[in-house]
Write a protein that binds this ligand. Structure first.
Ligand SMILES: [Zn+2]
Length: 148
């Protein structure tokens, strides 16, 4: 699963975010038939955005799609999704959420499961490394975002 193009894209997006000096979290929305609908990374610092977390960026970059396009879709994200992104996954009826890691932040995984979604945590080293480095180097930026 760590080789899946959706997860690879999410990690690339997180790396892009790090290179831009932002919060290194990436995500990709993948359709039932395995096509990447959209990908993106946290744009809080870059855009001064209050809502463009990685998952929201991926949804935004997917464009305005008909409801059927989200059926059976998977959201790949490098970090456990916060309440806002958990809610967005539920709103768009994403079927499955695959998470790089939840050691640096634990979001709405139990709620997703309670709502019948499949949740898989990969405990990926690269995702953990990106976040650990970021939290250590820019605690103020992390603390003004979703914080822990
Ligand atoms: Zn979020």
């Amino acid at each position: 699963m760590e080789q899946h193009p959706g997860f690879v894209a999410a990690v690339e997006e997180a790396q892009k975010g790090a290179a831009e000096g932002g919060v290194p979290i990436g995500a990709a929305l993948v359709s039932k038939d395995g096509k990447i609908l959209g990908r993106g990374h946290n744009m809080r610092a870059q855009n001064g955005s209050a809502i463009l977390h990685a998952e929201m960026s991926a949804l935004e970059n997917s464009g305005r799609l008909p409801a059927w396009a989200y059926e059976g879709a998977t959201m790949y994200t490098t970090l456990s999704p916060c309440d806002m992104c958990t809610g967005a996954c539920l709103l768009y009826k994403v079927n499955r959420v695959i998470i790089g890691e939840n050691k640096n932040f634990m979001g709405g995984e139990d709620y997703l499961r309670a709502r019948g979604k499949e949740v898989i945590v990969l405990d990926n080293e690269e995702c953990k490394h990106l976040m650990e480095k970021f939290v250590k180097e820019k605690p103020e930026l992390w603390n003004e975002d979703i914080s822990i």
